[in-house]
Design a protein around this ligand. Structure first.
Ligand SMILES: [Zn+2]
Length: 509
């Protein structure tokens, strides 16, 4: 009886191994439906000028989303969000039309005497006492704010830092201008006016866009009004307190604490007109229900959005991340063919092109903050961002069509790393490069694409990436530079890895 039992279980083990092999080999057959020609067809649509650079919340991103959703529908993927293919979140677009600033008897001109970045933080009106805060630096051993209260004040400050302070101690991330302004906001200031040297003023003013789109999906956090003043305007302002920018700089070399200035003749008046418009952005969710392990979810992501257009150029983002987005469609198609062949995966698959990546990983953050499927049942996120080109390291080598950087595979689950390696050596034989997976990699790519929000929640991830190139975030990231042979191979690897994770007996540890 015992012997019989043993041999039966051995027999069962044997058949299940054979069955598993068969499933794996079917994965290989399915992966062959991922072709350079199909990828090119999808990308031809996604990277066209008509999509206007797919800026999050704008027409081009919605066209991309519509294309993705209708392709999913055609392939037979189910809508992943309670009957809908879309998971929407809310944005606010603000365009500054005009700002009037008057000090004393003089009217100052927007974009000539002063400018601002981003319309979101620009208020229609601004009233309050004006105070001077030196460089606005407040740290142990050097505190400009020691003798002042900035609550509800309009704070004037100077860019730069005192010569007497070692630049290394003051620079670093907390002492950038934006950070100083942010610290003022936290201390209750109403707005900041930052006096710039002429060169810096001209350089920044040239590309300061008076328009911004911000994410208001989790509350409409108003930005902080931060205006940059020309040195001339700065001196005119300080002149009403009988001093100058140069005199203040000298004074602050000796003594960090700013002596309060009395702006006797300063009458500050301000008025702005800002067009504000609520927008919607979307992630697209194509769902494939699994069989016996359908409660567990395998997620595959790429970002459909890019950085939009300006007056002269469209930023097509063919590689970033049209390539990953097209790859998702081919992976979706391979899974849909599996279902047609009666080989539904055991775990469920969520294929999710997200938006908002370029603005700060908004779409993936929105999903992980408002998950449609429980995160504790989410087994993995395989994220694809830029797989269509070769970087300088590989461009001139025999591997230029045969490599990919993998990032993050072993950080949460060693088993995922091993599985990914085994899948590649069995089927795709790409050169897997882990250069950017080093914990001390200065580029910090691990935190720079959508997988990061999943990793933060403890979900194992792999980030597939082929490195940057001279067209990165330029209008020249266009489709004719894409290597579709290489893109197909990497996409096959992602599919085969997902196929294996979805069909294996054990959940990834
Ligand atoms: Zn990207």
């Amino acid at each position: 009886m015992i012997k019989y039992f043993l041999s039966l279980s051995l027999l069962l083990l044997g058949t299940s191994l054979i069955a598993q092999e068969a499933v794996q080999d079917q994965g290989l057959e399915l992966s062959k439906t991922i072709t350079p020609a199909d990828l090119e067809a999808h990308l031809t649509f996604l990277a066209d000028d008509l999509l206007e650079g797919r800026e999050t919340g704008l027409r081009g991103q919605h066209l991309a989303a519509l294309y993705l959703a209708t392709q999913f529908q055609k392939m037979g993927l189910e809508p992943g969000n309670k009957g809908s293919y879309y998971l929407d979140y809310q944005l606010m677009k603000s365009d500054v039309k005009a700002i009037e600033m008057r000090m004393g008897k003089k009217d100052y001109q927007y974009k000539k005497d002063f400018f601002t970045f981003g319309g979101h933080g620009v208020p229609e009106s601004l009233k309050g006492e004006v105070v001077f805060a030196g460089y606005g630096i407040s740290k142990e051993g050097y505190d400009n704010l020691a003798e002042m209260d900035v609550t509800d004040k309009i704070v004037v400050l100077m860019a730069g830092s005192p010569k007497s302070q070692a630049p290394k101690r003051l620079r670093g991330q907390i002492y950038g201008w934006i950070a100083r302004a942010r610290a003022l906001k936290e201390k209750g200031a109403k707005a900041a006016l930052m006096i710039l040297p002429q060169q810096g003023f001209d350089r920044l003013n040239a590309y300061a866009k008076p328009s911004s789109i911000v994410n208001i999906s989790d509350g409409d956090e108003k930005g902080f009004p931060l205006f940059y003043l020309s040195p001339e305007m700065g001196d005119a302002l300080l002149f009403t307190a009988k001093t100058t920018v140069a005199a203040q700089k000298t004074a602050l070399e000796q003594d960090a604490a700013v002596k309060p200035l009395i702006f006797k003749k300063l009458k500050f008046a301000y008025k702005a007109s800002v067009n504000r418009e609520k927008l919607t952005a979307s992630n697209v969710l194509g769902f494939i229900e699994g069989t016996d392990k359908k409660e567990e979810i395998v997620i595959i992501t790429a970002h459909m959005d890019h950085i939009g257009k300006n007056d002269k150029e469209v930023f097509n983002g063919a590689d970033d991340d049209g390539s990953g987005t097209a790859a998702l469609l081919e992976i979706a198609e391979a899974f849909s063919k599996a279902i047609a062949a009666g080989q539904r995966p055991r775990r469920s698959i969520l294929i999710m092109p997200v938006s908002g990546e370029e603005k700060g990983l908004w779409g993936s953050a929105y999903y992980t903050d408002h998950p449609v499927f429980p995160l504790e049942n989410t087994v993995v996120d395989l994220n694809i961002d830029m797989i269509g080109r070769s970087d300088d390291k590989y461009a001139q080598t025999a591997d230029s069509s045969n490599y990919v950087y993998l990032i993050g595979a072993d950080r949460i689950s060693q088993e995922l790393h091993d599985l990914s390696e085994a899948t590649n050596s069995k089927y795709t034989q790409l050169t897997l490069d882990y250069t950017y997976n080093a914990e001390d990699d200065p580029n910090n790519y691990y935190e720079r694409s959508d997988h990061y929000h999943f990793a933060e929640k403890g979900i194992p991830i792999i980030f597939y990436f082929s490195g940057t190139h001279k067209d990165y975030h330029r209008a020249t990231d266009t489709i004719e530079k894409i290597n579709f042979e290489k893109m197909a191979k990497v996409t096959q690897l992602v599919f085969l890895t997902a196929w294996e994770i979805a069909n294996r007996e054990e959940r990834l540890k």
